[in-house]
Design a protein. Structure first.
Length: 434
């Protein structure tokens, strides 16, 4: 029986994937485990391996196609095998300028839901079950959603998220008979410039360039907008005295460097502290799945890492069981391969808590948007000398601001405060970490 090639689910919240390219041609022989095609997620371009050995046939995916996860996009044929006889739907292609007529091209096989939709009454909105559930939760009228990103305009979850984000920013119309009231412009999310109303005239300055959101940046924008508008964030901040962490680094630096070849970074020490503290605060090491809260036993720690044009989040798995030395080595390896785009899908997915550090850029403090479906994210600021009262004296000490954002649907302020307090105590007495 022919082996199906499917659009993989490489992220816990992934509903669709954008197909980038085939790395083999139809008719080529492929070995199981070798790179076969590339998909785009909000993390990066990811190479997907061949699920079997054989001849590549029946390829259906084309560059830039947005495809639901688990949908069949091709086959691998063994000796004597043939393509299964599946009727393929018709998909209208772009109108060519020369012919001025529409060309019809084959696409992937219809799912059960698509077949049901095709037999439904005319005018019924085409949408995935996940999109319908989310639309009901957010109060989005599917008839108000323009053509979706799926085959033949089928609406996907990401389309609903985008519309929900726009609706949130639009003020309600005035009630008939009531005097019109002035409406203040919505306060933009941190780091996002407000969109000027249509009546505001933009400057006449010469335009340098226009950059279209696409690829990972577009997916990141959609997911962060969804998180900001759907998850009620509360933010808590605390100052941490990093004097003892600085002393610890100085004392172990030479030993670690000789043994592992890596320097001990502040991020590695903070990651070790977070991994040690999180198991005692399970609602911060959790994921939200619909109306279920999944409390994870293991701490899979995501470390936000900056590339040239976007972020990736490599994951240190089971971080609660790893020593400072192990975290130093693993973090250095993950960051180096992230910056050379050599991470595997498994190394960028499945995080249960995220740390993002902008201290190296001179940023003293900032708030971060939660990476769904996680329930919390920790933002790390610059370590800088500041006056601190100690035993009746004022001393200059290396102080660091840590800011915790949590999903208030899951985590109360007191719960978040207890975690932040214990983390502060651990970093101010870090010797127990080794």
């Amino acid at each position: 029986m022919a082996t199906e090639i499917i659009m993989p689910k490489v992220d816990m919240v992934m509903d669709t994937g954008t197909f980038v390219e085939w790395l083999k041609k139809e008719g080529d022989y492929v070995e199981k485990g070798e790179p076969l095609f590339v998909v785009l997620t909000d993390k990066a371009n990811i190479e997907i391996e061949a699920p079997a050995s054989g001849i590549l046939a029946g390829l259906r995916a084309k560059p830039n196609d947005v495809i639901p996860v688990t949908e069949v996009i091709g086959y691998i044929l063994g000796p004597g095998e043939t393509l299964p006889g599946i009727r393929e739907p018709e998909v209208t292609a772009e109108v060519t300028a020369a012919a001025g007529a529409e060309a019809v091209a084959p696409s992937s096989a219809r799912t059960v839901e698509e077949e049901a939709e095709s037999r439904a009454a005319p005018g019924r909105v085409r949408a995935t079950p996940a999109a319908r559930r989310l639309a009901a939760e957010l109060g989005v009228d599917l008839t108000s959603v323009p053509a979706g990103r799926g085959p033949r305009g089928r609406i996907h979850k990401a389309d609903v998220e985008t519309i929900a984000a726009r609706i949130t920013a639009i003020p309600a119309p005035p009630v008939p008979g009531e005097p019109a009231r002035a409406v203040a412009p919505p306060t933009p999310a941190p780091g996002i410039s407000p969109i000027p109303p249509a009546s505001v005239r933009l400057p006449d300055a010469r335009q340098k360039q226009v950059v279209t959101l696409s690829g990972p940046r577009k997916i990141i924008a959609e997911r962060m907008a969804y998180s900001a508008f759907s998850a009620p964030h509360i933010v808590l901040s605390s100052r941490v005295d990093m004097s003892e962490v600085s002393r610890l680094r100085m004392r172990v630096q030479e030993h670690f460097q000789q043994k592992t070849g890596q320097r001990v970074s502040f991020t590695a020490v903070i990651a070790r502290a977070v991994a040690a503290v999180l198991p005692r605060h399970p609602y911060l090491n959790a994921s939200l799945d619909g109306d279920r809260v999944i409390l994870w036993e293991d701490v899979h720690l995501g470390i936000a890492t900056s590339l040239e044009d976007y972020l990736v989040v490599p994951v240190i798995r089971q971080a609660q069981n790893k020593s400072l030395e192990q975290i130093v080595v693993e973090l250095a390896d993950l960051v180096e391969r992230a910056r050379t785009r050599r991470l595997t899908p498994g190394e960028m997915t499945g995080s249960t808590f995220t740390i993002t550090n902008l201290g190296m850029f001179g940023i003293e403090w900032f708030t971060a948007i939660i990476n769904p479906p996680e329930t919390a994210i920790l933002a790390i600021g610059q370590i800088a000398d500041a006056p601190v009262g100690h035993e009746g004296n004022v001393e200059l000490r290396p102080m660091m601001q840590v800011t915790l954002s949590v999903d208030h649907r899951i985590v109360d302020g007191a719960t978040a405060a207890r975690f932040l307090t214990e983390l502060k105590q651990t970093l101010e007495n870090p010797y127990l970490l080794i």
